[in-house]
Design a protein around this ligand. Structure first.
Ligand SMILES: [Zn+2]
Ligand SMILES: [Zn+2]
Length: 284
């Protein structure tokens, strides 16, 4: 190839919209889709959860789980980006088990969309509260505005076990959290680790398994100082600390609830009020 044709080829590549292989159907397409590396045909098949039916766990369908269990938990609510269907199972599987990094941005942006909806929901609630207050108090006369924009303070990924980390080479929740953290400018701290509750799960009773799960996570001792240091830098130290636990899939919620407990205890130890919510990619 002559120099000129080489140059023309490069110029062509720069000018033409790149052909990308869709992560869902595998076909090449010109990128005009709203999602990175997904063709516009497949983008419309993503099962977004626009408005959750269950306001506790963010489920898109009627939810007996949350009405049945009365167990107290520090977790206020979960929101998920999408329903866990066949397409999502395949995408998450490719991402998680084959370590395909091309998926990180796509899935991270999906999580970011869920964050946007949670934020909007919290801001609407705040507006409703303010309207109620206006009728009853002098707040409106005093020009009290409160907080118009809702914002989380900290992201905490659900940890994977040391063995999984060696096997996969990465923590999928932490990577998703990293995308969200970059999009929104919210710091992420990996405060939790998995404790070692080994032994054959199959020999255990349901109660034993539940109790194991309850103690499956703890604060990483090495992170305590970093957390305390970070607390000092908060702009609004009197507001409750808003923590979002990040994970890929929400099934029964027992993992997320088990993560919420040590976080609540840590906040108690540090003397700060805390609001713990979770954001997950898919709700099964
Ligand atoms: Zn496609
Ligand atoms: Zn629910």
């Amino acid at each position: 190839m002559s120099m000129l044709s080489q140059w023309l080829r490069k110029a062509e590549l720069l000018l033409a919209p790149p052909l990308t292989r869709c992560l869902i159907c595998g076909k090449n397409s010109k990128g005009s889709s709203p999602l990175p590396e997904v063709c516009s045909n497949c983008a419309v098949t993503i099962p977004w959860i626009q408005v959750p039916r269950c306001t506790t766990c963010g489920r898109h369908v009627g939810c007996p789980d949350c009405t049945r269990s009365n167990e107290p938990t520090p977790l206020i609510c979960n929101r998920s980006a999408v329903a866990y269907n066949e397409v999502m199972r395949e995408l998450i599987g490719q991402y998680k088990y084959r370590g395909n990094e091309r998926y990180t941005l796509l899935l991270g942006l999906m999580l970011d969309r869920a964050y946007g909806l949670l934020k909007a929901e919290q801001e609407r609630e705040r507006q409703v509260q303010l309207k109620g207050q206006k009728r009853n108090t002098l707040f409106s006369y005093l020009g009290y505005k409160g907080e118009d924009t809702w914002r989380a303070d900290l992201l905490v990924p659900v940890p994977v076990s040391g063995a999984r980390l060696v096997e996969r080479g990465f923590n999928q929740a932490e990577r998703l959290g990293h995308v969200l953290s970059s999009c929104r400018g919210i710091p992420q701290l990996a405060l939790l680790l998995r404790t070692h509750h080994t032994g054959k799960q199959s020999f255990k009773s349901r109660a034993e398994r539940l109790s194991d799960m309850k103690h499956a996570f703890a604060i990483d001792p090495g992170m305590k100082d970093r957390f305390a240091g970070w607390l000092q830098t908060r702009l609004n130290p009197n507001a409750p600390l808003r923590i979002i636990i990040v994970d890929d899939i929400y099934t029964t919620g027992s993992t997320i609830r088990a993560c919420a407990e040590p976080l609540q205890r840590l906040a108690d130890e540090c003397g700060v009020a805390v609001e713990i919510r979770s954001l997950t990619l898919a709700r099964s």
